[in-house]
Design a protein around this ligand. Sequence first.
Ligand code: FES
Length: 243
Amino acid sequence: MAIAYQTVAQLSELPEGGNLFVEVDDQPVALFRVEGQVFAIDDVCTHDGGPLADGILKGHEIECDRHGARFDIRTGSVLCMPAVESVRAHHVKVEGESIMVAINDSGDLPKEAPKAPLAAASSHTAPVTSSAAAPETAIPVAELNFDQETIVNALKTVIDPELNVNIVDLGLIYTVQTRGSEVDVEMTLTTPACPAGPEILRNSVKAVEKVEGVTKANVKLVMNPPWSPARMTDDARDILGIF
Ligand code: FES
């Protein structure tokens, strides 16, 4: 079936390195222009609905300015906590000065980023049939019993004893990476002097190592960027009565 493109903006509205919010079929879409190519992804962060067109663009990554999740604008792949689900990458082509987008209803993700930059004013259709590039693994992914989401769910069982909220909803987890059967986690604390810190770190290691297939959890404490209440999910805010 032919892809139904519609003109959503002009190139002059989207300078190199820029972000632009548009609506396509009543759906919010974020446009980006990097190295002469235009990319389109959902404008809704899968963590807590933040507008990605308002985020910070670094190369081909967009960082949600609400709690710092990052996505690859070429594929929609989620790259960084606290989001764990990818967004859709949409079809894009440029004809003359017109940026044309067609919504990717299949929800499939491009397998890999386009390799060759396209000249401005040429046509580009984002590939739509693949999944995000997998992190490097020492054993075939098919043999692993866990993925990033499984690890995040395991970390949700770790409760900050002072606030009584799990550490994921508190926004303490910065990154989760799998390397074969090992898992690397970067996390922070609400304050450097948090008295519950050692207990939280110990429990995080235990929770991850309980996941079937994980042989080792490397949990690293980082204090930069510092934690702030803005990193909490709405669920955590509800529990803590912060509005
Ligand atoms: S809403 Fe985007 S990181 Fe939380």
